[in-house]
Write a protein that binds this ligand. Structure first.
Ligand code: GLA
Length: 693
């Protein structure tokens, strides 16, 4: 990245510094490495195993604060100096973390006010990790100090690949420090308390504030929260954490360290950040990604996480900071990863723009809270058969390393489909007083993305208001909180020739969770040529059919046509005979509305019909029908077709190109076994054929 980082007015996290390029020159392979948790003889074995597996990068000190600063202001860097020297000698580079996600016991004892407070008033105590009050001055100061100390010592080290600030920001605090900062944030957003009262509809239930000083973070209360209050608090929390991240970034930069800076986002199930604003403040975007679903849907999940991250990164290369190597066994996750899946997933992230295959963690811990979490080196040790796939992955990553060189025009991926994403709608749908508690934003967005994944069609995610002119099809799933500005932007998109598909649960409110009068979706009615007068969540077992044979569950709506026409109508259910899917021409484009929550298969068919209308086809025709995921990553002088065989039955790949894993020419046909991977260098825009073996 070379562009200047824009000042973010939303975040209060302005920076005028130019972004530092992240150009590792090779695929980075490795994971979180915690030498401070192991005796020295294990370090030696680690180096031997890393060399065997061609590991070239580790992430250090993610949770090492109590070892680095055992007493306030007294640092112990000797062990880290030794570890870095040993790694450097073996040719292993490192991301260096500021360890601020886990303050040491001395900090928590000295600063009880810096402990986070839950909405019910419970003050959390030391004993786990991520236990800090983000707005507490003592915490912020301690973070800046340790960040600077690390940067002064290691900022110019030749092995330093980048700074990894904090780890997965996301602890929400409802205590007094947060209250003060929240009020400041509200003053800046609304200017007057009258404007806040208006935005939050405080006339309802006697919530009118006379001054900002009366406002508190959402706390445990008798019944439902005010949704606008709840969502503003989430926005504030994201901005507050971003400001904390920026402070550390600026401390690091102030030492003269030129290594690129990132902080790892976390997918998939919780989201406390507004990622578009955060991405602007980093040199490179990174993410931790753990599967939350089994079977082929897990592979679709890899694609979803990767497309999101690349899009947050402005389409540029990004960093997969963590994935799991094999089974995770924790309280809430138990998804196994076979060696074949680990390989396909790793290449799946890289196909979609990652410059790395990094894992949590290098070596499985013997104790501590995550002792049963899979790792690259299992408890059984590096000589066990479980380590062989790690060595094989290292070999493959080295063989395909040329893919990291980005194209000169900067377009890593060519996608004709854009899907709208904004955290505001995640948070709005999470508030308990919305029309349906069982349809989380992430599931709605994923359902749309999954349809294109099933068909092998490339997709990007799009920030509301961004330049969408390169997308022939724009899909808006469940963007429940929509401003008139976003609605106007969608209208411009359509009038300029775009094809827009908006789903149910979109634009039900404005950006302040207020409903517009005259029917839903208020700000989009005119563009879509329809009015929705009634929202009809279905009972869990209820199924509704459409005239074209599609099935819906969970959600339908009473739709009235204005100047749109019905593509299909409800055959049965509470609104039988009414339009279900509508379409209208506007300017040079088309606006389509889907009012029913179609089952996945029927949603796939609807979105594929729309893609076809827009002239959009798959990356490699025929591949997905054979269970082969095909992704085109554009490189400096050639394209790379990644073929990930998630299905059954071997296939043959044919066409002009070179398969990088085996070195074979594909002109004569290369066999791809079920579960296998191929990465084929082809001429720019050239295709291949995939057929059953
Ligand atoms: C997160 C953290 C890691 C580890 C993994 C476990 O991503 O960053 O430290 O706890 O989860 O899956």
């Amino acid at each position: 990245m070379t562009s200047a980082t824009p000042a973010s007015s939303e975040s209060g996290c302005a920076s005028s510094a130019a972004r530092r390029p992240f150009d590792p020159g090779a695929l980075l392979f490795g994971g979180d490495y915690n030498p401070d948790q192991w005796p020295r003889e294990i370090w030696e074995e680690d180096i031997e195993l890393m060399t065997r597996a061609r590991v070239n990068t580790v992430t250090l000190t993610v949770f090492s604060w109590s070892r680095l600063e055992p007493t306030e202001g007294i640092y112990d860097f000797a062990w880290l100096d030794d570890a870095i020297a040993m790694l450097t000698q073996a040719g292993v580079g490192f991301f260096l973390s500021t360890p601020t996600a886990s303050p040491p016991p001395w900090f928590s004892l000295a600063h009880p006010d810096a402990m986070p407070v839950r909405p019910d008033g419970t003050v959390l105590s030391h004993g786990s990790r991520d236990t800090y009050a983000i707005s507490a001055p003592a915490y912020r100061e301690a973070c800046r100090r340790i960040a600077r100390a690390l940067a002064e010592r290691y900022g110019a080290h030749p092995g330093l690949r980048g700074w990894h600030v904090h780890n997965e920001y996301g602890t929400l605090d409802h205590g007094p420090h947060a209250a003060r900062a929240f009020r400041r944030w509200l003053r800046e957003r609304y200017g007057t308390v009258e404007a806040l009262n208006e935005a939050w509809t405080t006339a309802f239930w006697s919530q009118r504030y006379s001054s900002f000083d009366e406002v508190r973070p959402p706390l445990a209360t008798q019944y439902l929260d005010n949704p606008s209050h709840a969502v503003d608090f989430r926005r504030f929390a994201s901005d507050e954490m971003l400001a904390a991240m920026c402070e550390q970034r600026d401390e690091i930069r102030a030492t003269g360290s030129t290594a690129p800076i990132t902080t790892n986002f976390m997918l998939p199930t919780w989201n406390h950040l507004e990622q578009w604003a955060w991405a602007e403040q980093q040199d490179v975007v990174s993410v931790d990604h753990y599967l939350d679903t089994a079977g082929p849907d897990g592979e679709a999940h890899v694609a979803y996480g990767s497309d999101l991250t690349r899009s947050w990164a402005g389409g540029e290369p990004w960093v997969l900071m963590e994935q799991n190597a094999r089974g995770i066994i924790t309280a809430d996750r138990t998804y196994a990863k076979t060696p074949s899946r680990m390989l396909r997933n790793s290449l799946g992230y890289i196909a979609r723009g990652s410059q790395t295959a990094m894992f949590f963690q290098w070596r499985a811990s013997t104790g501590g809270a995550e002792q049963w979490h899979g790792a690259l080196v299992p408890h059984a040790g590096g000589d066990d058969e479980l380590f062989a796939p790690v060595v094989e992955l290292g070999r493959i990553l080295e063989a395909i390393s040329e893919v990291t060189a980005p194209p000169t025009d900067g377009i890593l991926h060519h996608a004709d489909v854009g899907i709208l994403w904004h955290a505001d709608s995640w948070w709005t749908l999470e508030t308990p007083s919305m029309p349906h508690d069982g349809l989380p934003y992430r599931e709605e967005v994923r359902a749309a993305h999954r349809s294109f994944w099933h068909a092998g069609i490339a997709t990007d995610f799009v920030r509301p208001g961004a330049d969408a002119s390169r997308y022939r099809l724009l899909v808006v799933p469940a963007l429940i909180a929509m401003s008139t500005k976003t609605a106007a932007w969608l209208r411009d998109y359509v009038e300029a020739g775009g094809r827009l598909v908006v789903t149910y649960l979109s634009a039900l409110t404005d950006e302040n969770q207020r409903v517009g009068l005259g029917g839903y979706p208020a700000v989009l009615r005119e563009l879509l040529g329809i009015t929705v007068s009634e929202l009809l969540p279905l009972a869990p077992e209820e199924a509704v059919h459409l005239e074209d044979g599609s099935r819906a569950s969970e959600w339908v709506e009473r739709v009235r046509l204005a100047d749109a026409s019905a593509l299909t109508s409800y055959r049965d259910g509470p609104v039988a005979g009414r339009p279900a899917v509508t379409s209208v021409a506007r300017g040079r484009g088309t606006a389509v509305y889907l009012s029913a929550r179609l089952v996945q298969e029927d949603r796939d068919a609807l979105l594929m019909a729309q893609a076809q209308e827009a002239g959009i086809g798959p990356v490699l025709p025929g591949a997905s029908g054979l269970g082969v995921e095909a992704v085109r990553r554009r490189g400096a002088t050639a394209d790379y077709l990644f073929l990930l065989h998630h299905g059954q039955g071997d296939v043959i790949v044919r066409g002009e190109g070179t398969e990088l894993v085996s070195g074979a020419r594909t002109a004569d046909g290369v066999r791809l076994d079920a579960g296998g991977v191929a990465v084929v260098r082809v001429e720019r825009a050239a295709g291949l054929e995939v057929a059953p073996a």
